[in-house]
Design a binder for this molecule. Structure first.
Ligand code: ADP
Length: 160
């Protein structure tokens, strides 16, 4: 088995920032498992199946990428699969505090698992799923932030 990393998140929905990070991760790891959190604390716009389906569609053709869904603690899921690396994104300083806290908590929970941070291309460093949804709801064209089919889905979700 080659080097495997897990990239967990809520991905509600997937953005060009996430995709940029996945691409970067595939240059370092043989396999990148994008793990969609089933029981995220956040109230999601899209359900589990929809978030997974959008990621699958968006990463179609990317080698070494797998989309999975997980429940509970990331470290438990990683342990179960015998994976030792968690990948997370750092967009700005504002991400740092939360991410550091989480990485250290995870380290306490599972000493053998290392968290690795990747920075997206600066052009995507301001993107967040939350902001994109808000902008879309207010009528913005978000096709420069997410794939076209995701933008269409956000638009439709808005009128649900
Ligand atoms: P979570 O709810 O776990 O934060 P997200 O889907 O919002 O899930 O984000 C998952 C991971 O992707 C986080 O590490 C986050 O920092 C990172 N991320 C989100 N947006 C971007 C972006 N535009 N560029 C790089 N990383 C990002």
């Amino acid at each position: 088995m080659g080097r495997v990393a897990i990239y967990p998140g809520s991905f509600d929905p997937v953005t060009f920032g996430h995709l940029d990070l996945i691409k970067r991760a595939t240059r370092i790891f043989d396999e990148v498992i994008v793990a969609v959190a089933q029981n995220t604390q956040k109230k999601t716009l899209f359900n589990n199946k929809e978030r997974v389906a959008m990621l699958k569609e968006a990463t179609k053709g990317m080698k070494g990428v797998k989309i999975e869904i997980f429940e509970g603690l990331v470290v438990n899921y990683a342990k179960k699969k015998n994976i030792h690396v968690i990948v997370r994104g750092l967009r700005m300083i504002s991400d740092f505090e939360y991410e550091l806290q989480m990485a250290l908590t995870n380290r306490r929970l599972a000493e053998q698992i290392e968290t690795v941070f990747l920075m997206p291309s600066e052009g995507y460093s301001f993107l967040s799923s939350t902001l994109i949804k808000e902008a879309a709801f207010l009528g913005a064209d978000v096709t420069s932030f997410v794939p076209q089919f995701v933008a269409d889905k956000i638009k439709k979700a808005k009128f649900k």
